[in-house]
Design a binder for this molecule. Structure first.
Ligand code: ZN
Length: 300
């Protein structure tokens, strides 16, 4: 018999903010807090304080699911399991996030990438229900991709780093050098929210829908989506993150993906129903937290 009063923690850890929450088996949220990501010492102390206070108030958690920005070591056999690796976030390289949380909170921590957690959330109760192979891409401050392949979240050697694939760039049309500290003009370097702001001097929210920024943005994202479509044959591609709040971008991306796949991709249903193939997250910005709670529940 399933107990109904169990409590699950969720942490959605991003480079600019970290959301913490506690939910019950019915996915009712009993407590939530948003923490600004500053130094590791300060930020981890705030996360621990949130859970300790809430544990006093509503009871012990069975486990915490952590969807983290990265790169992060997901291999439980590794000496640096749960550490952030060479992340571009200053001060966070080689930080033992999972160990620090476990030592203070004394409950199991189930770790995955932020984008895999969001993919899991959409699989359980969002736009990927009933599918076994799909992608979840976030286009925000950075770009990251999570994937479920044949029913399992994809990890592989480390985990996918879809935001950092090399991109073809026509420097006559787009002379921007790119903003990725590691690669310059990778996908994230050319198409993240950070890249948009650096190239145009305005944020994605400030650029009007008719601004030429958007055709260029759609071109880069469509090129990447076609690459992944031909690599993994996903049944659906979910595009989340702050830049994708610009709803008009979806139509531009679908049109360019259709054009790039036409005459080759032998799945006419997809080409004719692109609105159903490239979609927004049904859980909106809640996908990551729903997935983090689901990660915690998987630890049983
Ligand atoms: Zn890069």
């Amino acid at each position: 018999m399933v107990e109904q009063n169990r409590l699950w923690g969720g942490i959605e850890a991003g480079g600019t903010k970290i959301n913490c929450a506690i939910a019950n088996d019915a996915h009712q949220f009993l407590a939530e807090e948003r923490i600004v990501t500053t130094t590791p010492t300060e930020t981890l102390a705030q996360i621990i304080a949130f859970f300790q206070v809430q544990q006093q108030r509503i009871g012990d958690m069975n486990a915490i699911g952590l969807g983290s920005f990265g790169p992060v070591d997901l291999n439980p056999a590794s000496k640096t399991y749960g550490f952030l690796l060479n992340t571009p976030k200053p001060g966070w390289q080689q930080i033992d996030v999972v160990g620090t949380l476990m030592r203070s909170l004394h409950c199991p921590i189930r770790l995955d990438t932020d984008v895999n957690a969001a993919a899991l959330g959409e699989h359980l109760s969002g736009a990927a229900q009933g599918l076994d192979t799909f992608l979840y891409l976030t286009v925000g401050t950075g770009i990251g991709g999570g994937a479920m392949v044949n029913g399992k979240l994809l990890h592989g050697l480390l985990h996918p780093e879809m935001g950092h694939i090399p991109m073809p760039q026509d420097k006559r049309l787009d002379p921007f050098a790119g903003c990725c500290p590691f690669h310059g003009n990778c996908l994230e370097g050319l198409a993240s929210g950070t890249a948009i702001a650096a190239r145009w001097g305005k944020t994605a929210e400030q650029l009007m829908p008719e601004h030429p920024a958007w055709e260029l943005e759609a071109e880069y994202l469509a090129t990447a989506i076609v690459t992944w479509t031909l690599t993994l044959a996903p049944q659906r591609i979910i595009l989340g993150g702050g830049v994708m709040h610009q709803q008009h971008l979806f139509a531009r991306i679908r049109e360019q993906v259709r054009a790039k796949l036409d005459n080759y991709w032998a799945v006419p249903d997809v080409l004719e129903n692109m609105d159903d193939y490239i979609v927004a997250p049904q859980l909106g910005d809640r996908a990551g937290m729903m997935g983090a709670i689901a990660l915690a529940q998987q630890s049983e």
